[in-house]
Design a protein. Structure first.
Length: 507
């Protein structure tokens, strides 16, 4: 393992967290510090010896600081392959000393464009040029140079310098981080330039590995959890209080449950299995909402994900513990999870609300399809098209069922009653098949219930299948060439029928 000693370091950072103590350790280890601008001022104010970049190059800063490190003496010192005789001769001929450590983080572009009222000129001025150039140069020449882009690395790097230099593995790891750092920075700039293009002509999405997972959907598949740089998903700020590590499937199902339960203002509980609801209910209290959600389909709820939009209390935890096996319980906070403490493998998580506005990105062969995330509205342009008007109670259940249906894989039918789903037909290839599945799960409870369909009924048989088991009101988008036949079927059965004018396919 080769250690490369550090005799000269170039420091130029926007984020000055930990800068002075780190630089002090370098100076104490005999390292000469080169710096410029605000970094040099901060170090001098701390009493540390610093050589200015302008003093090194003989070329003072110009263009208001846009040009200061873009100079052959700087980049020659960074890029020299010290194992190459010609490189060493070039340095000697020009009196250039090698630079063994480059410590740079970039202008705060992301922070700048995130501010309200930032101008185009302000944003452009915060696009760093010299910084990424030095970072990339040092990372390219990692055989001889260490590059640091995060204060998180200061202690480890200072310790290595004090021990005689940076070894091969550390320099390689730092270079890998550095290239990702500049790539992420460029991705943010691309995203800003494309902000007014709908859809964007170009997208550059930087993601980093947040956790390794035991396996993917199945044990033979490798998997990891990745986070988008600059993003803040609910899982990133979640606190897991007990249970096993989250799995690939856990993350997908928990995300689906978490998004669904946050559609409701009152106490609500969603139970998800394979990204589909097998129970969802609203009630005056969380414990009652859980019981109603579980009663929708207890067989499917076994091994499911339970999401609560209120803090988990002891009473609700006790009902969950008594109901049966679940994989995850997620809530905004945990007041008392004591009744669940005996279930050592059960994951209990407190998490912030999901972001409803982040784009929906799906992988296909050789590319992606990207769309705005679906938004569900109620009473927006809805029309009663049947002869019979829905009652107030039916309309309340229709609103509820419509939201649940929008979060259910297509083709989807949801039967609901008294603020609870009682039958869910999900992912069927035909709408009649989805209706039959929902009816089979609801059973005798269908009498006096309502139903929602995520897309229009292409034939009257879907309405007839629901009416035959006692469903009294149905909500669907409308828009079929056979709408009049469907309306006629509803009228013949005395079913109230509401058209929303909006479809909610979910693949």
């Amino acid at each position: 393992m080769t250690r490369q000693p550090v005799r000269t370091a170039l420091l130029s950072v926007s984020d000055k967290t930990g800068l002075v103590p780190f630089a002090q350790r370098l100076v104490d280890a005999g390292v000469r510090i080169i710096s410029s601008g605000g970094t040099a001022r901060a170090l001098r104010d701390a009493g540390l010896p610093v050589m200015g970049v302008g003093d090194l190059t003989g070329a003072p800063e110009m263009l208001g600081g846009r040009v200061k490190t873009l100079h052959p003496i700087v980049h020659g010192g960074i890029l020299a392959d010290l194992g190459d005789e010609q490189h060493r001769a070039d340095l000697a001929a020009r009196g250039i000393d090698p630079i063994g450590l480059v410590v740079v983080n970039l202008y705060p572009f992301v922070e700048t464009v995130s501010r309200d009222g930032v101008t185009h000129a302000e944003a452009v001025e915060n696009i760093d040029i010299g910084g990424p150039t030095m970072v990339r140069a040092a990372a390219k020449n990692h055989a001889w140079v260490g590059v640091v882009t995060s204060p998180d690395r200061y202690d480890e790097v200072a310790t290595a310098v004090e021990a005689g230099g940076l070894d091969d593995d550390l320099r390689y790891e730092l270079a890998r981080e550095a290239f990702f750092h500049t790539a992420s920075y460029d991705a943010a700039i691309v995203d800003w330039f494309e902000r007014e293009s709908t859809p964007a002509a170009n997208r550059a999405i930087a993601i980093h590995r947040a956790a390794e997972l035991r396996y993917g959907e199945n044990p033979h598949q490798e998997a990891a959890l990745y986070g988008e740089v600059g993003g803040s998903g609910w899982w990133a700020d979640a606190e897991q209080l007990q249970g096993k590590q989250m799995s690939f499937n856990n993350y997908l199902d928990t995300d689906a449950a978490w998004r669904m339960v946050h559609e409701f203002d009152g106490p609500a509980v969603a139970i998800i299995k394979h990204a589909n609801p097998c129970g969802l209910a609203v009630a005056d209290g969380l414990a009652d909402a859980f019981t109603a959600a579980w009663d929708c389909d207890p067989l499917s709820a076994f091994g499911g994900i339970v999401a609560l939009n209120r803090p988990l209390d002891a009473g609700t935890a006790a009902r969950i513990a008594a109901a049966g096996f679940v994989e995850v319980v997620i809530a905004p906070s945990i007041e008392d999870a004591g009744p669940l403490s005996g279930k050592k493998n059960l994951r209990v998580i407190a998490a912030p609300a999901p972001d409803p506005s982040d784009p929906d990105l799906r992988r296909i062969d050789g590319g992606f399809v990207i769309q705005d995330r679906d938004s569900v509205t109620v009473d927006d342009g809805w029309t009663v098209v049947s002869e019979r008007q829905p009652t107030d109670a039916e309309m309340a259940d229709l609103r509820f069922a419509w939201v649940v249906c929008a979060h259910t894989k297509s083709n989807a039918i949801v039967i609901a009653k008294d603020g609870a789903a009682i039958g869910v037909g999900a992912g069927d290839q035909s709408r009649v098949g989805a209706s039959e599945r929902a009816v089979a799960r609801a059973g005798e409870r269908s009498a006096g219930a309502v139903a929602a369909s995520d897309a229009f009924f292409p034939f009257r048989d879907g309405i007839e299948a629901l009416a035959d088991v006692g469903v009294t009101a149905v909500i669907e988008p409308g828009g079929s060439v056979r709408d009049e036949e469907v309306i006629a079927a509803a009228n013949e059965a005395g079913v109230a029928l509401v058209f929303t004018g909006k479809r909610h396919f979910k693949h």
